[in-house]
Design a protein. Structure first.
Length: 364
């Protein structure tokens, strides 16, 4: 004859509410948690421990204790039970910390130089302050220059401008006024020897013949235009007045346009700087006209450095033009013509008055 045995069973809630005393070796099964208790004939249900099934303990996949009755944690570990689950809290165990970052050395890169194994980072320059907030160092950089400068500059080029070797000669009474914008390069150091001002600027990218407008240099703090005379990888020179300090910091410059060809009363060529995202906004030329047309050529690098794309007839950027005679200020009612031949960079101001001084303006 076959026998089937069913042990005593109920839900965990009912067991807890009724809280019976199991007979010695009597089994009590929780149907909702699948946990089991074994009676001893005297202990109430709520005080009995669950049967552990002869716990086996493994470390890194290797069994180190077989048939353990109890798994004991010491040294700052706390435990709490929820139903059939036990939660262990190791927050009180000393020596366990989260990641704290490098403890001995770090690598520092500033886009030009890599320093391996540095033991710290030093911040310098005006406007830098450091404060602590708990275990965190807070670095505040409010400004690295004493003044904020306008990226749009207006500058005069005439026969007093220190031109680059081979640059055109501007007539005694000829005046060229340019308005342009470009990137601002601030907080540069400089030295002056006689009329040569050397500006230190890492990987500046300028070439001899490029134009720059300088602020806070050796002998001036106004928007003054200069032509780069010599250029190396990390510095360039311009010609200045033989006055002022011998060295300093805080110099700011903006790459600007230069006049690379000039024929009084006939034509001129403006060239954008090699770098700096310079944009030509307007140019005004004052000269005695040789005829009724004055031609302006924009030698630029297209839309990023120049006065427009100007790569084909369809992408030319014709300027708005106006002209007056300086003798009486009369408007001449001029118009703009396009040179539709490659390289599509020349514009003509038509209907000027020959043999008298005209003031011609082009707005791009």
């Amino acid at each position: 004859m076959a026998f089937r045995i069913q042990i005593r069973r109920d839900t965990s809630v009912n067991w807890s509410v009724n809280n019976p005393v199991l007979l010695s070796a009597e089994l009590g099964y929780e149907t909702d948690t699948t946990l089991l208790k074994i009676g001893d004939g005297s202990t109430l249900w709520n005080d009995l421990g669950y049967w552990n099934g002869n716990l086996a303990i493994e470390v890194n996949g290797t069994q180190v204790v077989q048939g353990a009755g109890t798994l004991n944690f010491t040294g700052g570990v706390s435990a709490s039970a929820t139903g059939g689950s036990v939660t262990l809290d190791f927050s009180g165990v000393g020596g366990i910390t989260g990641p704290t970052g490098p403890s001995t050395s770090i690598g520092v890169f500033d886009a030009t130089t890599f320093v391996a194994g540095a033991t710290g980072i030093q911040f310098s320059g005006g406007g830098v302050s450091v404060a602590s907030s708990g275990s965190v160092a807070v670095v505040s950089i409010s400004a690295l220059q004493n003044s904020l400068y306008n990226e749009t500059v207006r500058y005069l080029i005439d026969n007093t401008t220190a031109q680059y070797s081979g640059s055109p000669t501007i007539g005694t009474n000829d005046k060229i006024t340019i308005c342009s914008s470009g990137n601002i390069y601030a907080n540069r150091s400089w030295t002056r020897s006689g009329t040569t001002l050397t500006i230190n600027s890492t990987a500046h990218g300028l070439l001899a013949g490029d134009g720059v407008v300088i602020r806070n240099g050796a002998s001036t703090d106004s928007y003054d235009f200069y032509i780069v005379q010599t250029a190396s990888a990390n510095s360039f020179t311009v010609t200045v007045a033989n006055s002022g300090g011998a060295s300093g910091s805080g110099l700011t410059y903006i790459p600007s346009f230069s006049v690379t060809s000039w024929t009084s009363g006939t034509s001129m060529t403006l060239s954008s700087p090699t770098v700096g995202n310079a944009q030509l906004l307007s140019v005004t030329a004052c000269t005695v006209m040789a005829g009724s047309v004055f031609y302006v050529t924009i030698d630029g690098a297209g839309i990023s450095n120049g006065a427009g794309v100007n790569g084909s007839v369809r992408t030319m950027n014709p300027p708005i033009v106006s002209a007056q005679t300086t003798s009486n200020g009369n408007d001449l009612g001029v118009s703009c013509s396009l040179d539709i031949n490659s390289p599509y960079q020349t514009f003509g101001v038509q209907s000027l008055t020959a043999s008298v001084e005209n003031l011609v303006k082009m707005i791009f």
